[in-house]
Design a protein around this ligand. Structure first.
Ligand SMILES: C[S@@+](CC[C@H](N)C(=O)[O-])C[C@H]1O[C@@H](n2cnc3c(N)ncnc32)[C@H](O)[C@@H]1O
Length: 283
């Protein structure tokens, strides 16, 4: 049902912005009032509510599983999920041609664990899986795990399905498209991820500021999400990554992000033209 819902008032915006910040670390400047109004409208429509204030009161009254579910829905509509295959392709060149061969050389336990933290609709972890697949000759008999997590349930559902088209797959080199995807709908240009690739990636719900992190990770990708957090949350996030990462591991962050004045636990390292961070040796 389409309802004619107005824009948030400044007071309503402040209340929602605080709630979203407290729940997810996502920091919304005052200039985001129209954006937030548009995104929240989806929840109001779904619940047949006509006022933002009614939705706020509804959220306040919820308890138990109903609260958990609606808060997940709220963060789902609020989050920005832009992504595509081979985004910042230099990262994937460095992953394929440097990081994976290095780890194959030094890891005696023959375990490879990669985490796509804030994976959105799955293009990032599946791109990682393609790179690992392309280097599979180095990892025969290894225990390989690619974990992909996000705060938005709908993107995780989309990712698990594994259908992609248009801009999302534009940067996949033709030979890799042919090798790792199957055409699902020729007219619409929809491709399905092949099952062997799909099986390599496990998708989970994880809110950086509410849930425990996976441990013993060799490579962490956390790209284009820190920009939504303030410094306090960026610091907390990166400190927790340091606890999760293998001593000789790699941390990939977005091209427009930096750890300057956020963390001294990681050292900047340019690898094959790609900006990457490595953990500082632990004393
Ligand atoms: C712009 S996408 C980045 C996708 C991918 N990493 C890339 O670079 O293409 C940002 C993702 O961060 C997720 N996100 C935002 N806040 C989060 C939080 N507190 N915990 C986990 N994920 C979060 C959003 O749901 C969204 O899917």
């Amino acid at each position: 049902m389409e309802l004619n819902i107005k824009r948030l008032t400044e007071e309503e915006f402040s209340k929602f912005a605080k709630l979203i910040y407290d729940e997810s670390g996502i920091y919304m400047k005052d200039s985001k009032i129209t954006l937030l109004s548009n995104r929240l409208r989806k929840r109001l429509s779904a619940l047949s509510l006509s006022e933002f204030s009614d939705y706020y009161s509804y959220l306040e009254k919820l308890t138990g599983d109903a609260k958990k579910k609606e808060y997940e829905e709220l963060l789902d509509v609020v989050s920005t999920n832009e992504t595509y295959f081979f985004r910042n392709e230099r990262h994937f060149e460095a992953l394929t041609d440097y990081c994976l061969p290095e780890l194959a050389k030094i890891k005696k336990d023959r375990k490879l664990k990669i985490w796509s933290a804030a994976c959105s609709t799955g293009e990032e972890p599946y791109t990682i899986a393609i790179c690992v697949m392309e280097q599979m000759k180095l990892f025969h008999g290894w225990d390989i795990e690619i974990i992909a997590t996000d705060i938005a349930p709908s993107v995780l559902e989309f990712a698990r399905e594994g259908y992609y088209s248009g801009r999302r797959i534009e940067k996949v080199p033709p030979e890799l498209l042919k090798k790792h995807f199957t055409i699902e709908d020729k007219e619409k240009g929809v491709y399905k991820i092949n099952d062997d690739l799909k099986k390599m990636v496990n998708f989970y719900y994880l809110n950086f500021f509410k849930n425990p992190f996976p441990k013993n990770i060799d490579i962490i990708f956390c790209r284009n999400v820190m920009i939504y957090f303030d410094k306090v949350h960026q610091k907390e996030l990166v400190a927790n990554f340091y606890q999760s990462i293998y001593d000789l591991g790699y941390l990939f962050i977005g091209h427009s992000e930096t750890l300057h004045s956020i963390s001294e636990d990681f050292v900047y390292k340019k690898i094959l033209e790609a900006p990457i961070y490595v953990p500082r040796p632990r004393s």
